[in-house]
Design a protein around this ligand. Structure first.
Ligand code: SF4
Length: 452
């Protein structure tokens, strides 16, 4: 098939895959424990029922059927092979699903339909995509641009190399250009009128390219950029707290429901069943959103409960209160050859035995092996698969030494014992994170192993 050559560039080397840490697009999939992984963000802001059914079909036909929504609202298809990526790309093209290419440019998921936003960021994002494609600069593969027009689901808390935040001033709307951070932490460069924002971002991108192909926003000097643009440095912006996309939102006159696959992952068969059920509830449009979320439009107040019930049937969360939301979980044995146990079943057992203790005050990580894909940093509590069983790692990374190890089959009662111990020791008003901090690791390890 001629499309194959265009899809897999020769620059990828012998394996045709990327190193870890690069950006696994369909042109450059990444090798993981369960085969090749492709990350894609459809160019269209909204997906239809047919689009999602096509994605489910393609994930099952060409991968291992696992579909993920990432923390930044990208789609990931897993378990692909060198020979299955080209037909996947052809299938996407046939379905009319065009993946974004080049620099990731993100806008609030409700851009253009949220009456509370200050400005629709989508047209600016489109203009930037065109300008960046024309310029063909050599930029870091993971470079991210955020264009935030505000609104209920603004991207104020999303870190980017280059940001544009709309600001209402006495002269009308302007856009603050900043680099290397979120709305609050990014370093301000300049306040620009709408007609200069593309120029401002392109000057910033050119400055990055001049530093080198690995340069990121943090490497830039805002004062130098401001001088080059002939603009005064812009002031810092006040923090705003965007809503979490999960759950039901009243947007103007419509109800938008945010759904998140449990632990960020859903099998294609369940995705197709969910989409059919949601279509039966009136769903017409879907938008990918941060925090592993899929926004559903077209529901009514009458069909909302049925849509939420359909989500629950397919192991999809529709509320921020879902206790498993605080647990980072990798693919596990359902789709990764490196995993020594079923991480999703373990996370479910954790929620069943100690869900009341998952108060968000500490990180919990369930990892199929010491690689720790789902949470590379240290976590307060990690359950990590090893050749000897499931290790309990306290205050460390998945690959750190375990305080105790048990066979996977003994995990549920071990988690129940840990839950009993923590409930008995918890002081009034104490966070569970604080409680774990002040509890001796040996005490936790003994409860895990049933030595108490
Ligand atoms: S951490 Fe999980 S997904 Fe990553 S290689 Fe290990 S088992 Fe596979």
């Amino acid at each position: 098939m001629t499309a194959t050559c265009a899809i897999l560039p020769s620059s990828l080397g012998d394996t045709g895959t990327l190193r870890r840490g690069a950006c696994p697009s369909i042109a450059a999939p990444m090798r993981t424990g369960d085969g090749l992984l492709v990350r894609l963000r459809p160019a269209a802001t909204a997906l239809t029922v047919q689009d999602l059914l096509a994605l489910a079909y393609l994930a099952r036909a060409h991968g291992n059927g696992l579909v993920e929504i990432t923390a930044r609202g990208n789609l990931q298809l897993r378990g692909l092979t060198e020979t299955s990526v080209p037909p996947l790309a052809a299938g996407l093209a046939a379905a009319g699903i065009v993946p974004q290419r080049g620099v990731a440019i993100e806008v609030p998921p409700l851009a253009g339909i949220d009456p509370t936003e200050l400005a629709d960021a989508a047209p600016i994002a489109d203009a930037l995509r065109a300008a960046l494609a024309d310029a063909a600069l050599s930029l870091a593969p993971k470079l991210a641009v955020v264009v935030d027009g505000g609104g209920v689901l603004s991207l104020a808390d999303m870190v980017a190399d280059i940001r544009l935040d709309t600001v209402a001033g006495t002269q009308g709307l302007a856009w603050r250009l900043s680099v290397g951070g979120d709305r609050v932490t990014a370093r301000p460069v300049a306040l620009l009128p709408r007609e200069r924002v593309v120029e401002g971002v392109m000057a910033t991108a050119a400055a990055l390219a001049a530093i080198g192909p690995a340069a990121r926003g943090r490497d830039l000097d805002p004062a130098v950029l401001a001088a080059a643009l002939g603009a005064d440095p812009a002031p810092p912006l006040a923090a705003v707290a965007p809503a979490h996309p999960l759950g039901a939102h009243r947007i103007g006159t419509e109800t938008v429901l945010g759904l998140a696959p449990a632990y960020g992952q859903i099998h294609a068969d369940r995705l197709a069943a969910l989409v059919h059920a949601l279509a039966g509830c009136g769903a017409t449009e879907f938008r990918l959103a941060p925090h592993h979320t899929l926004l559903v439009r077209g529901l009514s107040t009458e069909t909302l409960a049925a849509a939420e019930a359909a989500a629950m049937r397919e192991h999809v969360w529709s509320t921020r209160e879902a206790p498993g939301r605080t647990v980072s979980v990798c693919t596990g044995s359902a789709g990764c050859a490196s995993a020594s146990f079923d991480t999703h079943a373990a996370a479910d057992a954790l929620v069943a035995e100690a869900g009341d203790l998952l108060d968000g005050s500490f990180d919990v990580h369930v990892s199929g092996c010491p690689k720790g894909c789902a949470h590379p940093a240290a976590a307060a509590v990690t359950l990590c698969g090893t050749a000897a069983g499931v290790g309990l790692v306290l205050g460390g990374r998945a690959g750190d030494a375990a305080a105790a190890i048990l066979p996977a089959g003994a995990l549920a009662p071990a988690l129940a014992r840990l839950g009993t111990l923590l409930r008995a020791r918890r002081a009034d008003g104490e966070t569970v994170g604080g409680l774990i901090d002040r509890t001796a690791p040996d005490t936790l390890a003994s409860a895990y192993q049933g030595r108490q």
